[in-house]
Design a protein around this ligand. Structure first.
Ligand SMILES: *Cc1c(COP(=O)(O)O)cnc(C)c1O
Length: 465
């Protein structure tokens, strides 16, 4: 399997190479040259498989023999051992034919564990084979950082540096990162906001000369192909549990960077019968505006009670555009150039196709809080703010009550006590017991000024592996 860039000008890569690469050299994102496809019969034959067995079936064609099957199975088993629920991605019913897919049973209580637990083991495996060490660097406003740290903490060939804006992430989120005390884990609290963190990371990727000879930076944000690949699995898993592939299933996905829902789109292309795919956004609604109004323009970032979706520009949308424009790299390069100056507009054909593939809906904070209340009153099930947005979008856009609607629960409510309290819950939602002592654990992090020389000097002098 070869991987190609969405802008058509970068060299194609093998699976292992694409795992170690972030952006393509032409500024594009890597996608598989050709998607694997499964017949109904084949998908039907997977009914009853464990999550891990199913993950192997879905992901093996992307790896295409570059990693021996037994080794790949071993990596998958290790990745999902850290999940505390045996079902890995259990379903809970909240209405007639309405289901919550709990994707927060991993170590950091958000769906990002699905990809990052796997990616950590995968990277370590590839690096060992190549006798290579790398530096993972990333910026976080919350969930990504802790999931990446959990994924890399036991990796022998990776130092991980995560930048968060000093005093601007929630206590739970900070402590999930800073209480990991392995020598190869480095938390930097940058004096600045999230954009400053992101700019620091971008500048570091652009000029890596501060690293010792032979070391390179690796990105673990959702532009990394392996993350998308690992997320395709749970669409198959939920469908099979609800009678697929013999009947279609719909999905509603709280969306920020378009990684999670893009995985759902891929599942559909690979042969899984999916009826509706709902893009659920908070007030940062660029994707909803793009689908409903052909208005894909940058607007000022709003800070909402669903902070993991507070994103101005959805980076993975470029992968979707590539398919909407029949994989014409030059057309994508042109669109992205237009977008640099503020806005892009889809042509009629691409827009019509996007609308046939996706429904979309925007949910503001007030409505989101109402939904947490409503669902709790009716079912005593407590939604986190991101999931509540998905549930409301599902209900608002649903066409067919006979088709099961699966709402992806992207985080555990205990991660976002502020929203849950605002929704009228008297007590903070309890952290699961493996984390009950989170507020007693020792923390370690370094506060640094927003200055590249200082940050790079810190990184160079703290490499542990
Ligand atoms: C990251 C995240 C999202 C958004 O996922 P994308 O793949 O960026 O669309 C939604 N909810 C939670 C809780 C998250 O952590």
């Amino acid at each position: 399997m070869k991987y190609i860039s969405t802008r058509g000008q970068a060299p194609s890569l093998s699976f292992e190479e694409v795992v170690l690469t972030g952006l393509a050299s032409d500024g594009g994102l890597y996608v598989p040259e050709k998607l694997p496809e499964f017949s109904r019969e084949e998908i039907a034959s997977w009914a009853g498989l464990s999550y891990q067995e199913l993950a192997f079936k879905v992901m093996a064609p992307f790896v295409d023999g570059e990693i021996p099957d037994d080794d790949l199975r071993g990596l998958i088993d290790k990745a999902y051992q850290s999940f505390r629920h045996q079902g890995i991605a259990p379903l809970v019913q909240t209405g007639h034919n309405e289901w919550i897919l709990e994707l927060f049973q991993g170590p950091t209580l958000a769906f990002k564990d699905f990809a990052l637990q796997f990616l950590g083991h995968l990277l370590d495996y590839i690096l060992k084979k190549r006798d290579q060490k790398v530096v993972v660097m990333g910026a976080t406003s919350g969930d990504t950082g802790s999931a990446a740290i959990e994924g890399c903490r036991r990796c022998e060939n990776i130092d991980i540096f995560i930048l968060h804006p000093h005093n601007r992430v929630s206590n739970v989120q900070r402590r999930q990162m800073t209480t990991v005390l392995e020598d190869n884990v480095h938390n930097i609290a940058l004096d600045g906001n999230f954009d400053d963190c992101q700019n620091m990371v971008k500048a570091s990727f652009a000029d890596q000369s501060f690293l010792p000879e032979g070391r390179q930076l690796v990105a673990v944000n959702s532009i990394n192909w392996a993350r998308i690949m690992a997320q395709i699995v749970y669409y198959f898993y939920a469908s099979l549990a609800l009678g697929g592939p013999h009947r279609p299933v719909s999905f509603s996905v709280p969306t920020g960077n378009f990684g999670d829902i893009f995985a759902g789109y891929l599942a559909k292309r690979m042969g899984l019968p999916i009826d509706q795919l709902v893009i659920a956004t908070n007030s940062n609604d660029i994707l909803h505006r793009a689908i409903s109004n052909n208005d894909h323009s940058k607007q000022e970032l709003q800070h909402t009670l669903s902070p993991s979706m507070d994103i101005m520009v959805s980076s993975n949308f470029e992968r979707m555009l590539f398919d909407l424009y029949d994989r014409d790299g030059a057309a994508i390069a042109k669109l992205m150039e237009d977008f640099k100056s503020g806005a892009m507009h889809l042509d009629d054909k691409a827009l019509a196709q996007a609308r046939s593939l996706f429904a979309s809906h925007k949910v503001d904070d007030d409505r989101m809080l109402e939904v947490i209340r409503e669902v709790f009153e009716n079912t005593e099930y407590l939604l986190d703010p991101h999931t509540a947005i998905g549930v409301d979008a599902a209900r608002a856009t649903r066409k067919n009550q006979d088709v099961p609607m699966v709402c992806l629960a992207t985080a555990h409510p205990a991660k976002f006590p502020e929203a849950v309290q605002k929704a009228g819950q008297e007590e903070d939602p309890k952290l699961p017991h493996h984390m009950a002592d989170l507020f007693d654990r020792e923390e370690r992090y370094e506060v640094l000024p927003n200055d590249a020389t200082t940050v790079h000097e810190f990184m160079r002098s703290h490499l542990a592996c």
